[in-house]
Each structure stands twice: as structure tokens, then as C-alpha cells.
Design a protein around this ligand. Structure first.
Ligand code: MN
Length: 278
């Protein structure tokens, strides 16, 4: 019997060489690939990175990261590029519209075989099922005809606390912030959206979202990226895969199998070198 293997892959951030190296030389041919988002920005070739992932077709899927959503908003003309962006290769590409259309149809959360994939994290009060429902609310906005207006309002650090009674854009802002930017939060679901450092840098009362006691996704394995200063973290119910490819680190792939001891990790070096806190 032929069993197709599934791998989750960390943040690419516009580094197609590392992706090519991983896919062409290090992973089994025809294995299925699940990207944790932030396909673009900071690296040298975001356009080629997007095309490679898209052209993998049904072999691959990616959830959206904060840099991907930022690109959508810049391409929509509703958000200014920031000085450290390296997105012009996409914005100036002849196939820009096609790439943006493909990107805005990607999910914000995926659940397969007991693995919940998101870019950054999930709030401790959300179950896997609820996370998917909330992600779908945002996905339908991004896929709808008012996607540009939606993106013009969805950025911001308020509200930073989940409340199921929130509605409209405030509700969606909390969902997008949690799924694509979360690192530290309180037991009472307040998010710290500023701190980018590693585990030792939590403000008073804050802890990594995955260490909040009684987190309601403890019974599944959450697969995420986004936190390069955290590095690779493999626990039975957590796989954090952003190992800072674009920052001179590595690109990480980890096999998605139920047995935690069988989750082989494959890493390739990256020729880039930037400062993650710049
Ligand atoms: Mn990110």
C-alpha cells in the first residue's frame, strides 16, 4: 500500500531557493505540503515563492499569515507598504492580479487528521471547531466582492481581547490578530500584539498562548509558524516551525503523523541574513 506522507513547512518569507531545495531534494516526491503562512515579504523573491506554492496545485495548501494579509491590503491599495517590505516584485509582476486572487482564496485555518494549522496561534478559549468557524467568517470576507473595503478596516490592535459577543469588523479584527499575529496572551484572552522576542520576554500576566492552562485545543496538535525568536518547538500537541529562514536561520519541514516520536524534522539552510527584531 502506498501511503502519501504529509509535511508541514515553516515560514518561507520570499525565500524560493530554500523551498526548492527542500521540495526537490529533501522531501519524498509527491508528498503533500502544508505551509503555515507568511509565504511572502522580507526575502528576495516573493513572487517566485508564491508561484511555486500555487503551482504545486492539490499537493499543497497554505494558511494566511500576517505578511500575506499585509500584501493583500497593499495590493488592494488600502494600506501603505512599510519601509522593510520587499513586495515590489509581486506588485510589479505581469501576473500580480492572478497571484493576489489565488492568495486571497487561501484559508486562515486548516484542520486535517487531528492537526490544526494556523499561522500564529489560537486563543485558549477557542476549540478547534470554533477556530475553523471563525476563520471561515474572515475567509468569506476575503473571497467576497468587498474584500478591499474589508482589508481597509481589519488592521489594528483594538480590540485585543476576544469576546464572543463582538460582531462585525471588531470581531474579525480579533480573529485575524489571533490567527496571524498572536504570541503572548493572558488567561483572560487579552493579546499582547507588540512583543516579538522569545519566551523569556513575556510582560507581567502574559504567557505564550500555547502555555495557557486548560487551552481548549490541547486535545489536537496545533501547527504554527510566525515566531522566529521562539525557534523550533515540538510537543505532542504543538509544532512551532518558524526557524527564521529569512533571518539567516533554516527552513523547517516536519512530518504530520499521529505518533509524536515519528514526526521527523527536515531542515535546510537559508542564504538570507536579516535581523528579526529590526
Ligand atoms: Mn508572521
Amino acid at each position: 500500500m502506498l501511503i502519501t506522507s504529509h509535511y508541514a513547512i515553516g515560514d518561507l518569507q520570499g525565500c524560493p531557493e530554500s523551498l526548492d531545495d527542500l521540495v526537490a531534494r529533501r522531501l519524498p516526491p509527491s508528498s503533500h505540503l502544508r505551509f503555515v503562512g507568511d509565504l511572502v515579504n522580507r526575502g528576495p523573491d516573493s513572487a517566485r515563492t508564491l508561484r511555486i506554492v500555487r503551482d504545486l496545485g492539490s499537493r499543497a495548501e497554505s494558511v494566511l499569515g500576517n505578511h500575506d494579509i499585509h500584501l493583500l491590503a497593499v495590493a488592494a491599495g488600502v494600506r501603505r507598504p512599510s519601509r522593510s517590505d520587499t513586495l515590489n516584485d509581486i506588485l510589479d509582476a505581469p501576473d500580480c492580479d492572478a497571484l493576489i486572487t489565488w492568495l486571497r482564496h487561501r484559508p486562515l485555518a486548516l484542520f486535517e487528521n487531528g492537526f490544526l494549522l494556523v499561522h500564529a496561534g489560537v486563543l485558549p478559549q477557542w476549540t478547534a471547531e470554533q477556530t475553523l468557524e471563525l476563520a471561515q467568517e474572515v475567509e468569506s470576507e476575503l473571497r467576497g466582492s468587498n474584500w478591499k473595503a474589508f482589508l481597509s478596516e481589519v488592521f489594528g490592535n483594538t480590540a485585543n481581547r476576544w469576546d464572543p459577543r463582538l460582531h462585525g469588523i471588531e470581531r474579525h479584527r480579533v480573529v485575524v490578530n489571533a490567527l496571524t499575529r498572536l504570541r503572548f496572551c493572558t488567561v483572560d484572552r487579552v493579546m499582547d500584539l507588540k512583543t516579538k522576542d522569545g519566551l523569556g520576554h513575556a510582560s507581567d500576566g502574559f504567557m505564550p498562548w500555547f502555555d495557557v492552562p486548560y487551552r481548549r485545543t490541547e486535545n489536537v496538535t496545533v501547527v504554527c509558524g510566525h515566531w522566529s525568536t521562539l525557534g523550533l518547538l515540538m510537543r505532542p500537541n504543538l509544532m512551532a516551525l518558524d526557524t527564521g529562514c529569512v533571518w539567516g536561520g533554516r527552513l523547517t519541514a516536519a512530518r504530520l503523523v499521529p505518533d509524536p516520536l515519528a514526526r521527523t524534522v527536515v531542515q535546510v539552510a537559508c542564504p538570507q541574513s536579516c535581523d528579526p527584531l529590526a
